[in-house]
Structure formats: C-alpha cells, structure tokens
Write a protein that binds this ligand. Structure first.
Ligand SMILES: [Fe+2]
Length: 161
C-alpha cells in the first residue's frame, strides 16, 4: 500500500488501510462488470433483444455509479484508486466471455453469473469492512443490494430455470 494521505477523520491508519484494501480488491470486478455488460449489450441477438438490450444498459448505469462510489471512497479515506486495465484484467472471478454474437439466453446466463460473482466478492468484503468502518460498509451494502436486485430481474428474463 502506498502512503495514506492525511485526512481529518477519527479513523486509524490500520482501519483506513484495511478498508481501502477491501474496497480496492472489489474495484476490478465492478469495472470488469461494466465492460462485460457493454459487450453483451452490443452483441445480443434474439426475439427479446430490445428489452434485454435496454435492461443491460440499466444495470450498467448502476454498475458505473458503483465503480465511481467505491473508487472515490478509497480516495476519500486517503488512498489512491487503481482502475487501470492491467489491474482490471487481473480479476479472475469471471468466466470466459463467449466470443461473437450472443443469444439472449447466453447473454443472460453470462451476465447473471457475473453479477453473482460481484455479489459474492462484495459480501465477503462487507464482512471485513463492517468490522472497522460502518460508513464504507453502508456503501458496500447498498451496492450489493442493487446488484442482487439486478440479478433477480435479469434472471427472470430466462425462459425457464
Ligand atoms: Fe447502446
């Protein structure tokens, strides 16, 4: 970790380092999700194209807000956010993205699996952050709740389970 900038909050350096570390660990998956959402949005094919195409952009809007909120929380706490491509590509929690055009069902399955990965990571980080910084925990809880709802709404577009 690089040296923390001094901030006028009553948070110890240990607390800030732990919180920033957790938020930074989550950031690549959130940024990766935004890229994969656009990949699916562009290459979608099928009879429900319009509704799923638009739904993917609705998820994207929330995912981009989440990226900005997490990155800016890191800097607020005196750290520096790292969202460069090499850091984003180091995240190994997503499966390979199907090449080329995507059927609606494949796009839904791929993005639902991505959303679930982001939630799993987020819930793990909430546990660690919650022990030290409830304000960052609140941010993470809000993001996870929104991603879980998007998972439900997208999964409900499947023809069958
Ligand atoms: Fe578009």
């Amino acid at each position: 970790m690089t040296t923390l900038r001094t901030v006028p909050f009553n948070l110890s350096d240990d607390v800030r380092e732990q919180t920033i570390g957790n938020l930074q660990s989550w950031l690549p998956s959130l940024i990766g999700l935004t890229l994969r959402l656009k990949q699916a949005h562009w290459n979608l094919r099928g009879v429900r194209f319009k509704s799923v195409h638009e739904q993917l952009d609705e998820i994207l809007a929330d995912a981009r807000d989440a990226v900005d909120d997490v990155a800016e929380r890191i800097v607020t706490l005196g750290g520096a956010a790292d969202g460069v491509p090499s850091t984003v590509s180091s995240y190994a929690g997503f499966g390979p993205f199907p090449a080329g055009l995507l059927s609606v069902e494949t796009a839904i399955d791929t993005i639902c699996s991505d959303l679930a990965a982001v939630v799993r990571d987020g819930r793990r980080h909430i546990g660690s952050i919650g022990e030290v910084d409830p304000v960052s925990e609140d941010l993470a809880i809000g993001i996870v709740g929104a991603v879980e709802k998007h998972h439900w709404m997208l999964h409900s577009q499947r023809e069958a389970d």
